[in-house]
Design a protein around this ligand. Structure first.
Ligand SMILES: *Cc1c(COP(=O)(O)O)cnc(C)c1O
Length: 406
């Protein structure tokens, strides 16, 4: 850390392998587990997930590049996302991506054009009404997938060439343990069963989603998944799943959250009415920009004062804020921490998923924090996003228009 300064992300690949082995052991033996690259697309992290036996779920050209850079065969990738443009679909099909989760009738047409010479496997994404009771429900997002009746209509009119090969349901994230997960997977299986029955489609693959929980930027571990495997074995033995050759699950955070820590240096400590304010060198440009905007997650990080370890230091209740010029730049509000002093280093745990990748990396044009990768005690590499300090003018376009300007 001394060498690389702060803010600095540190990822441990040994931790990724341990989490992947654990989650795979909580799923039935024949099920496939796909890693959602949006949680952390850094190639060595993705590579560790791949070598632990997972497939991958991608939803952008950049994630496709990252998956390929990590050694994935495009034939092992599922392409998802509610707005896939014709150009992106064509590029993904050309590169050999084998499976697509299709989100609308218009997208099915784009996919049919893109896959004219090489038809990929198509799963219709279903968006059933009513979602899980806990976690971040995807059914709050009205943009995803087909309503079941809509999917039935599309299956009936798609024609034999473009009849779907299966279905995909993803009900939400951070489901709170085995019971909530089994309830969501059961609901997904029921909806898929109804659509299969109404259309006569016999799926070759289905995706039941995920939602495996892990704390975000806070201490602790995700709830144990005791009994999940047994519950899923029962579900998979019943109709309609028992005759489906491939059943897939997806996870981002359960695989990579725990591998990552963010180290940040205290710049200032202010005693203010209402509590201590700790100014650090990592803001919402480095961690949880979406949380900073109050859009997805609250600023509820639980940084630990590494420098105070082993010293007697009074605990204080503090707001931990970043260096950006906005009152929204808060990592933690009223968190308990060993009283920090300028120059000391804080550590935010469990940020290997939705850390840097979910941050406002361009905002205020600060350098992006380096990402240091270790495998247990061994250093394996140092990465850094290129920073947007000096945007380049594209060839053929002047700053005020001119020939070729869009
Ligand atoms: C984001 C996403 C995931 C991963 O969610 P986690 O909470 O990180 O496991 C899985 N599937 C889909 C379709 C997603 O959009």
């Amino acid at each position: 850390m001394q060498r690389h300064g702060t803010p600095l992300y540190v990822y441990d690949l040994a931790e990724v392998r341990a989490r992947a082995a654990e989650l795979r052991a909580a799923l039935p033996a024949g099920a496939r587990l796909l890693y959602s690259l949006k949680a952390n697309p850094l190639p060595p992290v993705v590579r560790a997930v791949r070598t632990a036996g997972c497939g991958a779920e991608i939803s952008s050209p950049g994630e496709l590049d990252a998956a390929v850079a990590a050694g994935f065969d495009p034939a092992d990738l599922l392409c998802t996302g509610p707005g896939k443009a014709a150009r992106e679909l064509a590029a993904a099909v050309d590169r050999g991506v084998s499976s697509f989760s299709c989100e609308s009738a218009a997208e099915l047409e784009r996919l049919a054009r893109a896959g004219r010479d090489h038809r990929p496997r198509i799963l219709l994404r279903l968006q059933p009404p009513g979602g899980p009771a806990s976690g971040l429900s995807m059914t709050q997002g009205r943009q995803f997938g087909f309503e079941p009746e809509e999917a039935v209509r599309v299956c009936r009119t798609a024609g034999d060439d473009w009849a779907p090969d299966g279905f995909h349901v993803y009900l939400g994230s951070q489901l709170d343990g085995t019971d909530a997960l089994l309830a969501a997977f059961t609901h997904a299986a029921e909806v898929i069963g109804r659509v299969c029955e109404a259309t006569g489609v016999a799926p070759s693959a289905i995706g039941l989603g995920g939602g495996f929980p892990w704390p975000y930027a806070a201490r602790g571990a995700g709830r144990a998944l005791t009994g999940l495997r047994e519950g899923l074995e029962l579900l998979l033995a019943g109709e309609p799943l028992s005759s489906v050759p491939e059943v897939w699950f997806e996870s981002g955070r359960r695989l990579t959250a725990s591998c990552g820590r963010l180290l940040t240096t205290v710049l200032d400590v202010k005693e203010r009415a209402g509590g201590v304010v700790v100014v650090v060198d990592a803001g919402i440009d480095a961690l949880g920009g979406m949380a900073g905007l109050g859009r997805v997650l609250r600023p509820a990080a639980e940084p630990e004062n590494l420098s105070a370890a082993g010293r007697s230091r009074e605990p204080v209740t503090a707001d931990v804020v970043g260096p950006l010029c906005t009152p929204l730049d808060r990592l933690a509000v009223r968190t308990a921490i060993a009283r920090p002093e300028p120059g000391e280093v804080l550590c935010v745990p469990n940020v290997g998923a939705y850390g840097l990748t979910a941050s406002l990396t361009s905002f205020l044009s600060r350098p992006s924090p380096p990402e240091l990768v270790v495998d247990g005690d061994e250093f394996t590499g140092l990465w850094q996003l290129t920073t947007r300090t000096a945007p380049a003018v594209l060839p053929g376009t002047g700053p005020c228009g001119g020939p070729g300007a869009a």
